[in-house]
Design a protein around this ligand. Sequence first.
Ligand code: SF4
Length: 73
Amino acid sequence: MTDAPERVGLCFRCIHARIVRTPRSVFWRCARAEWDPRFERYPRLPVVACIGFEPGPRPEDEPGEPPSSSEPA
Ligand code: SF4
């Protein structure tokens, strides 16, 4: 995974995005997926179109676990 804007797409500047950094990688989590089943917790990047996109500042990093193997990274 990445944190280069061209590889992240819309999530890079969406208020719903969260950056999950682990020692080995970076994951982009969609916080909107917690309450809206239309969204994937870890969307496939780059996201080029999204009905939930709401522009805002670059998301904060958050500590966390990487997605499980059953979820797309
Ligand atoms: S709502 Fe769409 S653009 Fe925003 S973080 Fe989720 S997947 Fe990315």
